[in-house]
Design a protein around this ligand. Structure first.
Ligand code: ADP
Ligand code: MG
Length: 616
């Protein structure tokens, strides 16, 4: 007699069910996803005793005919995959045809379903995979499931369940994940007859706010980015509202919730330096990618997903969140549209005060070669006043000689400073519309809505270069200049290997070099670099690629950062109003104008209150 025996179907089903249905929440998830796949626009979930007594899911989707109503409980019965190829272009949540068979194997199930075109529907009752009832029924179109006595025949599982509170938390999590991914569907959730959620259809922001609470609305920072490989939309929560638990971290791909340590790393990296200790970033991010380029098949409960182009997506996540965070960190404190209302000493009150004009140039194009080069206002002393007047005329400020700026002591402008009269603290007569600023050391001071804004000029410049480079790097090779005299630098073995393995990216960044006899011979470098900054940049680049165990997506950012940082070390000639205006204007065209890529602060505002405070 053979020792091997085939397991009876009902035992095989129970074993398989354990993989798919681990707890009541798994049932909720599977039934909700089926309802979505059936095109429902309203889905009601009704739970008693955390699913231990009842799980009811009612949808207004397509419903099933009498034959499918029975067939759907068979293992591997699915309407969603017909041929092997379909597996590679899934647009539905389900595809294994296992969920209903699994649920039916370990619970008492009652299903009613009706096609819209049929006058009556069917009611099926199944207990432990056995059909115990199959009758015609009068019911609304769509499908409704009632699951009772879950795990009644798998006591080990049943005993394994946690407290009602914990199990319901799991249910709510699954419910919210599905609801977040489908903001156009109306969902309700009831527990022991009390309403937990009633989510009416609307835009994504509304759904996020409805799920998380009204106060979330002001805390959301929108994220949006679209490339050939991935479309990204959603929100992150402003860093100051980060939570002590990892609760609100939602990633979706093609409207399917998933978990990813790898992408989570990119997101945290974007928040680096912005979060208080032991708090976690919150996010709701939706990726859309070609279904052929993901594999949802790696995990039986499908929360892990493989991405073909994960490195690229990593770097898109990192850059778009960083940019968005920067933008929203500073934006609320500045309001350039409103008139500046200084609380001036009374004797100055009669004098007109002009608004700061930081203009956004709608024609600005980061790909334009001029804008990716450092400002080269190399105005000589003789030419300076001419530039000054030209600038004023050009900006339509009138012809009056401006005396707004204190040119003193700004990088290479000490010499220029002596020519200028020291600027008055508040200008005596200001031409309306003229930009007002004051330069001291590294800083540009300019009035803002609520007081003063201080800009760290070198960091501003670093950020401008970084943004220009990143923008062009993503789509095109960075503009490069051929060196008259190639630079030679000795490299260690490790450094040589790192250079080789990053050669493509370095080329994309504008570096062309040849490895010869333990040396790199560099024949071209990014155009933003100038004589004195090339060597420094090269050192930084080599350090980055050789001594850091970092990912490719991150390396690109680090390298661009290194280039921008080096290029920004160049002496700046902010010796004309035009040059300063240019810096301010370009900084505000950067999506992230609040922080450098290394998360150093670029802008701060001194509120009038804080100044008042000092004089108290
Ligand atoms: P899968 O979702 O992987 O196809 P399931 O076991 O979850 O497998 O469902 C089996 C089949 O039953 C589905 O493919 C679908 O055709 C049908 N079905 C399940 N739930 C519904 C529903 N709520 N409305 C309409 N059809 C459904
Ligand atoms: Mg399914």
């Amino acid at each position: 007699m053979s020792l091997i025996q085939l397991l009876p179907d009902h035992i095989a089903n129970q074993i398989a069910a354990g993989e798919v249905i681990q707890r009541p929440a798994s049932v909720v998830k599977e039934l909700m996803e089926n309802a979505i796949d059936a095109g429902a626009t309203k889905i009601d979930v009704n739970i008693k005793e955390s699913g231990k007594a009842l799980i009811q899911v009612v949808d207004n989707g397509t419903g099933m005919n009498a034959k499918d109503a029975l067939l759907c409980f068979e293992r591997h019965a699915t309407s969603k995959v017909r041929k092997a190829d379909d597996l590679f272009s899934l647009v539905t949540k389900g595809f294994r045809g296992e969920a209903l068979a699994s649920i039916a194997a370990i619970a008492h199930v009652e299903m009613r379903t009706r096609l819209e075109s049929d006058p009556t529907g069917n009611q099926i009752n199944i207990e432990g995979s056995k059909v115990v009832g199959n009758v015609e029924a009068v019911c609304p179109h769509g499908t409704s499931f009632e699951i009772k006595n879950l795990f009644y025949n798998v006591p080990a599982r049943r005993n394994f369940l946690k407290s009602n509170q914990v199990e319901f938390r799991h249910i709510q999590d699954e419910f919210e994940r599905v609801a977040l991914a489908h903001s156009n569907v109306h969902f309700t959730l009831h527990h022991n007859d009390s309403e937990i959620h009633n989510l009416t259809p609307g835009v994504l922001r509304k759904r996020v706010v409805d799920v998380l609470g009204r106060k979330t609305n002001d805390r959301l920072v929108p994220i949006e980015e679209s490339t050939d490989i991935v479309e990204l939309k959603g929100f992150v929560l402003k860093p100051e509202f980060a939570r002590k638990t990892r609760g609100e971290q939602y990633l979706f791909v093609n409207d399917r919730f998933f978990k990813s340590h790898y992408f989570n790393h990119a997101i945290n990296k974007a928040f680096e330096g912005l979060l208080k200790e032991r708090t976690f970033a919150s996010y709701f991010l939706f990726l859309t990618v070609d279904p052929q380029k993901i594999d949802v098949n790696v995990h039986p409960t499908k929360t892990e997903i493989k991405f073909e182009e994960e490195k690229y997506i990593y770097s898109i996540l990192l850059s778009s969140i960083r940019l968005a965070l920067g933008k929203y960190n500073i934006a609320p404190t500045l309001d350039f549209d409103r008139e500046t209302s200084f609380d001036l000493p009374s004797e100055m009150k009669s004098k007109p005060i002009s608004e700061p004009t930081i203009k956004v140039n709608p024609d600005y194009n980061p790909f334009h070669s001029n804008s990716s080069k450092p400002t080269s206002s190399s105005a000589s002393k003789g030419k300076k006043s001419e530039n000054f007047t030209t600038a004023i005329n050009k900006h339509g400020f009138g012809t009056k000689e401006a005396k707004t700026a204190d040119w003193e002591n700004f990088y290479s402008v000490e010499d220029v400073a002596k020519e200028e009269e020291p600027a008055p603290l508040i200008e005596e007569e200001t031409t309306p519309g003229i930009s007002q600023f004051l330069i001291k050391g590294n800083y540009i001071f300019t009035p803002s809505k609520s007081g003063f804004m201080v800009i760290h000029a070198r960091r501003a410049y670093e950020q401008i270069l970084y943004t220009d480079l990143i923008n062009s790097f993503i789509t095109n090779p960075v503009e490069s200049q051929t060196l008259l005299f190639p630079i030679e630098k000795e490299l260690s073995k490790d450094e040589m290997t790192s250079w080789e393995s990053n050669a493509m990216m370095l080329k994309q960044l504008g570096f062309t070099g040849e490895l010869k006899d333990g040396e790199i011979h560099l024949s071209a470098v990014p155009s933003v670099l100038q004589d004195e900054t090339i060597q420094k940049a090269l050192d930084r680049i080599i350090e980055t690629i050789a001594h850091r165990e970092i990912d490719k997506g991150e390396i690109a950012h680090e390298l661009v950062h290194s280039i921008a940082k080096s290029a920004a070390m160049k002496k700046m000639n902010l010796n004309s109003m035009e040059a300063v205006n240019d810096i301010i204007e370009r900084l505000f065209q950067c999506e992230n104008h609040a922080y450098t890529p290394g998360n150093k602060q670029i802008i701060d505002t001194l509120s009038l209150e804080s100044i008042d405070e000092k004089f108290r």
